[in-house]
Design a protein around this ligand. Sequence first.
Ligand code: DUC
Ligand code: ZN
Ligand code: ZN
Ligand code: ZN
Length: 472
Amino acid sequence: MRRLIINGTLVDEAGEYREDLLIEEGVIRARGTSLMAPGCEVIDAAGCYVMPGGIDAHTHFNIDVGIARSCDDFYSGTRAAACGGTTTIIDHMGFGPAGCNLHHQLALYHEYAGGQAVIDYGFHGVVQHVDDAILHEMASMVEAGVSSFKLYLTYQYKLGDTDVLRALTRLKEVGALTAVHPENDAAIAERRAALLAAGHTAPYYHALSRPLECEAEAIGRMINLARLAGDAPLYIVHLSNGLGLDYLKLARRQGQPVWVETCPQYLLLDEACYFRENGLDYLLSPPLRPRSELDKLWVGVTAGDIDTLATDHCSFSHAQRLALSRGDFSRCPNGLPGVENRLPLLFSEGVMTGRITPSRFVALTSANPARLFGLWPRKGSLSLGADADLVVIDPRGEQLIEHQHLHDNADYSPYEGMHCRGLLRLTLSRGEVVAREGEFVGRRGAGRFLARDPFNAALAPVAGSSQQRGAR
Ligand code: DUC
Ligand code: ZN
Ligand code: ZN
Ligand code: ZN
């Protein structure tokens, strides 16, 4: 099937182009004018932007967190992603049974996603303990297309400094990028115990139990451990505060290879949400912050100090939260849904407000994750031969976020009632239309596993540049 997209404005990380785009056999075959060929299906994108489909490099579908399993699996999660303009997700695998190896989790996740995902997908490994066998296995995981791994500094399988150093050193050696969930577990445990002992169990105390210093301290520690590991490349997930960003900027000024992700919830929601009637629905870690932190993150987004926008989609329904927490924040599973809202929210609050250009939008939502996670230029670009993963956005349209119109399995949206300027008209995955005007028209199981390339620093985004690559 050949498809020709006409009359639109193509946008990639480097600029905007008044060109048509020809799709053949799922890839971008040509760009320019006068591309009409016999048997071509024409898509008229007049007045719209035609961009690389979104890459959400941080989801947790079907994750078992011990006390609960998230309510979205790889079908409902990727269906929602597709309807929100995302054409690739990279899922952070959950913890397996104590002592299990890396390939155990990979095999399990292939079972979860195979035949279910509606868009292409990859996996980040998770390091839940460190020993010689695990360090040895890392090389064959990279060969199997898993070229990034997450370490946790909090939660049940948190790693201590020795294990972090060993993991960072080995992951660099085998060509993998180390991602980290940075929070100081000891400080959190101490504060949480004191709050609970004083009878403070309401949702807001979740935020008080893990203030931004817990996160910033762990970011600083990870930066220094990565330097000690021979400048191991480091990716900070879900940044929620300005102090952590300052530490990152300092490290970069010293030439360290570090990158950082934030999420829509940290740009748009603040800790006041914990005082709402449904405050439980906003429990996640790191928690929502004071409003002043949101402004600092927006500065980072605009200035180019923040590299990627992901969702950390980890959905537990209101019903699950209520049943498990029984009035105590510390018993509530953590995480927010949002995989369908990432592009509409950033387009509205970033592009339509003039905070970022359409090209910077592409960099944050698609090109930079592709560059960091071994998918460039097949994903995240509009180059010839790239997968025809595309999103068509109409800046003249509007969208009201209401959970009843979303496609995940949660029973609420943290963004309920928000107006987004800009309307997603179409999402294409390898040339096939998978969502049209917010409705899913794709197919269960159409998504393919992406064996990602090893980490390549030469392809990584140029940090701190609000302009395009090479501008610094
Ligand atoms: N934080 C969450 O809130 N949920 C999933 C995992 C995480 O780090
Ligand atoms: Zn995390
Ligand atoms: Zn996460
Ligand atoms: Zn729903």
